[in-house]
Design a protein around this ligand. Structure first.
Ligand code: SF4
Length: 486
């Protein structure tokens, strides 16, 4: 291995590999550099990333090796140090295919970094026969993948457990002929070949027999610390108007039978994370939680709905190690929640917090959106009053994020609220709950960038590239978007 790779990073990769369980080391003629545009700890908490890793390794003649955005890009050795995949320490660009899993809009700059550190030109038209095909998939593709068009050759839309095999077959059959690979992929369901002026296909839906997704690799080096992740259900049957995972996307919730879930949990897993858009809507959720905690395991759940936090569920959460109840209401007042068809009521929230307190939980985190269409100061005042009321039951922190309209939702095309108004509403809310409730808010400025990418097209992708090249701060984004809009 060339010394130009940067020994610190190699040592870090080796140390992380030595603490993983389930890593797949194999050799195969078709090797895929499976890249994540965020650091290792985030990537290894992604069940989608882990699932595609396993699917590729299962494909006859193929292997996946992982690469990550370095924890600190600025400390990556300059010049001769290409980014490498962990399993073999080979440079990313030497693999047959480079594939990205992208969770959300702002990870586009992570994709640029990974391509740059790999020595690959960013733009499709700057790459030639010497370079591997670059492919993208992941949660972003459910809403607006069109910003990716200038940078990737192929997009796998939606659930990729089956389309990844179609892609690998096409690559294997065409050998190193990139054009022949792309020609073979045109018209395949759920697969989009970029830069040919083709219509975007709908998102793919994997067959139910493929569920559940579950961890391939368990590692202590993530925020979820050695937690075995498994999908309890896929999708959601509810109809919140701002949400990409709402019931009309891929036909609602597909719960996994609990026997199938329990069967997959390894005997030595001490921590189990149940993943899904609406885990507590699983029809057998109580029995499932009981099985897990009664076997002495601790528990994590990716989505708790306030209306499902009954006293028995709260008791099971407490027994599974929960100390903080994390729930979302998403609209600052009942009027707004009704308008966006988020059927969470004050009564649901109060009862959930009472049940949490009764079970011995000690804190509540409540997620809210501000800036929904038609929001006024009166809605914010209602949130202030409710938050104060909830904080009398348990210490409360509010997580506030500005509303960002997404494609493929009924609120697609709605404007982004002026940042000055969002800031004023945040100030108003802080005043209303001062001394009682902690407020954490995501940046209104970066939410605006997210909005431009959520609603934008290939041009927005190119503006992001310009902004990233110009240093990537907010002013650079503002300039780049304004220039492109002229
Ligand atoms: S916000 Fe949650 S409950 Fe509403 S549709 Fe989306 S996943 Fe379902």
């Amino acid at each position: 291995m060339g010394s130009g790779l940067g020994w610190g990073h190699i040592e870090q990769a080796r140390a992380r590999l030595s603490e993983e369980r389930g890593t797949i080391f194999q050799e195969a003629p078709l090797s895929v550099a499976l890249c994540y545009p965020s650091p290792y700890a985030v990537a290894m908490s992604s069940l989608g990333f882990q699932t595609i890793y396993r699917e590729i390794c299962r494909h006859p003649g193929a292997v996946a090796e992982r690469a990550f955005l370095p924890d600190d890009v600025s400390r990556w050795p300059a010049g001769s140090a290409p980014l490498f995949t962990y399993e073999s320490l080979r440079p990313v660009a030497e693999h047959s295919l480079v594939a990205f899993s992208i969770a959300y809009e702002l990870e586009l700059t992570g994709l640029f970094e990974v391509l740059r550190l790999s020595g690959l030109p960013l733009l499709v038209h700057e790459r030639d026969a010497r370079h591997p095909l670059v492919v993208a998939g992941g949660p972003l593709t459910f809403s607006n993948p069109s910003t990716l068009e200038p940078f990737v050759d192929v997009v796998l839309l939606g659930e990729a457990e089956e389309t990844i095999h179609v892609l690998l077959d096409a690559v294997a059959n065409a050998g190193s002929d990139k054009r022949a690979t792309l020609d073979a992929l045109v018209g395949q369901p759920g697969i989009y070949v970029t830069n040919r002026g083709l219509p975007w296909p709908g998102v793919a839906k994997a067959s139910t027999e493929r569920l559940p997704a579950f961890s391939q690799i368990v590692t202590p080096n993530t925020e979820l610390r050695s937690m075995f992740l498994i999908e309890a259900e896929r999708g959601c049957s509810r109809v919140c108007a701002y949400c990409v995972m709402r019931g009309t996307t891929n036909g609602g919730m597909r719960p996994v039978p609990i026997e199938r879930i329990l069967d997959k949990i390894p005997g030595d897993a001490t921590r189990v994370g149940l993943v899904g858009a609406a885990v507590t809507d699983h029809p057998q959720i109580e029995a499932l939680l009981r099985h897990i905690v009664d076997s002495g395991r601790s528990l994590g759940i990716s989505s708790l709905r306030a209306c499902r936090i009954t006293a028995p569920i709260a008791a099971l959460l407490a027994k599974g190690g929960y100390r903080t109840l994390t729930i979302a209401a998403d609209g600052s007042s009942q009027r707004l929640r009704d308008e966006v068809r988020r059927h969470t009521t004050e009564e649901h929230l109060i009862r959930a917090v009472e049940n949490a307190r009764g079970a011995g939980l000690t804190r509540v985190k409540l997620y809210e959106m501000i800036g929904l269409p038609s929001e006024t100061d009166a809605d914010i005042d209602e949130l202030g009053r409710l938050a104060t009321e909830l904080s009398r039951l348990l210490p409360l922190s509010l997580g506030i994020a500005p509303f960002v309209a997404k494609r493929n939702t009924p609120l697609d095309g709605q404007p982004f609220e002026k940042t000055s108004i969002l800031e004023a509403r945040l100030k108003r809310l802080r005043r209303a709950v001062k001394g009682r409730v902690e407020i954490r808010s995501t940046s209104t400025r970066w939410a605006w960038v997210e909005y431009k990418l959520a609603q934008g097209s290939a041009e927005a992708g190119l503006a992001t590239m310009e902004a990233w090249r110009a240093g990537g701060d907010f002013a650079a984004f503002k300039r780049a978007f304004e220039r492109r809009e002229d």
